[in-house]
Design a protein around this ligand. Sequence first.
Ligand code: SF4
Ligand code: SF4
Length: 342
Amino acid sequence: MEMTRLGKTGLMVSRVSMGCIPIQRISTEAAVTLLRQAYDLGVNFYDTAHVYTDSEAKIGLAFSHGIRQNVIIATKALCTTYERTMEQLEESLRRLKTDYIDIYQWHNPEVISADFPNEHGPYQAMQDAQKAGKIRFIGITNHHVARAKFAMESGAFSTLQFPFSLLSTKEELDLSFLCLDHDMGVIGMKGMCGGLLEDGRLPFLFLNQYPHIVPIWGVEKLSELSQFINLLHNPEPFTPEMQTEVEKLRAEHGDEFCRACGYCLPCPAEIPIPFSMRALTIIKRGAMMGDQFTPNRVAEMQRIDHCIECRDCVSRCPYHLDVPRLLKVQQAGYMKLYHNRQ
Ligand code: SF4
Ligand code: SF4
């Protein structure tokens, strides 16, 4: 397996690494089997988070017996206080069945105050945990270019995790090079554009042009992981035809593309925004997601009528999407398709 140096951490991580959101969707037995198969294939870097339900526990079960020291585990704390960060850390250690975490990341903070290293908050908790030997390196994850830049320039973090994919803008891709200047490790999330794409070939070959970015591929089947590993072992050049395909996808999804990150939630009208914002794309992409016209799905799309235009979702969306307007566009297209089926 080809390895990449993860910035100033000095950690050498596999070019194909794993994001462990999808293992929440499979049984414990299947997840443990998949994680061990990944390990046997040379994958040594696994990213999870305290909020990913049973993902940490599944990793703990897979790697606790004699393997722990051979793998690099990153997890995240979604906290705003010192005390809560410490609590989440202890819980993550228990679930992961380990006494240290390689990279502990501040999980997508919505606010990073100007003087955060000197405040009694999440960052100081991480520093204290690092002094106590419970954390090796401190990282941060984010979806905002400006906030990520601020974090990077603070010099307080060893890694940045950010969405990098073929739909990334130039400004976003430039951010990855700025990380290089600061010797920060660059961890790429959402390489499959938040589930928008199904086949890994184009997303992989696009990101393979940026060897300093370590993509963490979210997989739930060995076949998905094997595709990335085969592409790594049998590299193909990124051709002008592939670039044309990327441009087509960018034109199709433009600036109004929902990444399904869920940061806009909760919605007071209980609209499942990440799903509803992509209703038409999911239908267009085919049968992968099952029947999109069940009574339940139709009722969910009809809930858009209950939007009270509070715009809380807009202020939370890292991509500044005009969610209420886009939801109505999705609803109109969806209902048209639904009625045409009747
Ligand atoms: S503006 Fe509408 S969709 Fe957005 S949070 Fe408010 S009620 Fe929900
Ligand atoms: S609307 Fe924005 S915050 Fe909500 S899921 Fe989509 S991209 Fe994420």
